[in-house]
Ligand binder design. Structure first.
Ligand code: MG
Length: 255
């Protein structure tokens, strides 16, 4: 069921999105060689608590998984696509790329955001992967207008990415968000024009293309959470929570 948000709910989501973007930017600025992925998670948790809010992913159990997610921040390094579990043993080094993905509950409502950050100096190929993935997100956002469909968003992203020969992860997708961290509709990063769910004002969705340097195929680690590229090449991930309006889409996860 797709939940259309009321003006009051949208105000809360706007504030929550602003807080989330502020926190994620601070975590991004902290990324440096020598830190563990758990250090980033601890920092995100501290910032969330300072704001009086709640980490949405901590103790979250997605459908089909046995264990609760043990952290506030998903931290996915290099060939890890998404849902990497922070660890004191995983130390960032120069040349890595690290996806940081955070869900925030402000009051009763949720927003979701991710970005991928270069650790120190990265290769031109890695920098390009990050740049194109962020652009793919922006292409998706610009197509998230009332009257379009979820298929139009996916089609636009897929058409844009095709010229760059990256693998688009197909088994994971964007999603509605707000009352819960994952709601309908399901918003794949590929698709056919006109297909899927029609977008209407008041819908809030998280768009999140995941692009791989090589194959689109991914594997799931025994931990039940960490998705990684099947060929070991790098992956990048950018995400915003946006509001469908009568005009241009509004990015809610901005500082
Ligand atoms: Mg998400």
């Amino acid at each position: 069921m797709i939940i259309i948000k009321t003006p009051q709910e949208i105000e809360i989501l706007r504030e929550g999105g602003k807080r989330l973007a502020t926190i994620l930017r601070k975590v991004k600025d902290k990324v440096a060689p020598g830190l563990s992925t758990k250090d980033l998670d601890d920092y995100a948790f501290t910032l969330i608590k300072e704001m009086g809010d709640t980490p949405a992913f901590l103790n979250y159990r997605p459908a089909g998984t046995k264990a609760l997610f043990p952290a506030s921040l998903c931290v996915s390094v290099n060939d890890e696509v998404v849902h990497g579990i922070p660890s004191t043993k995983k130390i960032l080094k120069a040349g890595d790329v690290v996806s940081i993905d955070l869900g925030l509950q402000h009051k009763e409502l949720f927003t979701d955001m991710a970005l991928t950050v270069p650790v120190g100096e990265v290769s031109p190929a890695s920098a390009k992967l990050l740049e194109i993935t962020e652009q793919a997100l922006n292409v998706g956002i610009s197509n998230a207008v009332a009257g379009n469909s979820t298929g139009d968003i996916g089609h636009a992203i897929e058409s844009f990415v095709r010229t760059h020969k990256y693998g688009i992860v197909e088994v994971l997708a964007g999603h509605g968000v707000g009352k819960a961290i994952h709601e309908d509709p399901y918003v794949p990063n590929f698709g056919k024009k006109g297909k899927g769910i029609k977008l209407v004002p008041g819908m809030v969705i998280a768009l999140e293309p995941m692009l791989n340097q090589g194959t689109k195929n991914v594997t799931l680690d025994p931990d039940g959470y960490t998705f990684r590229t099947a060929d070991g090449k790098k992956s990048a991930h950018f995400e915003h929570t946006i509001l469908i309006t009568d005009n241009e889409p509004e990015i809610l996860t901005k500082p």
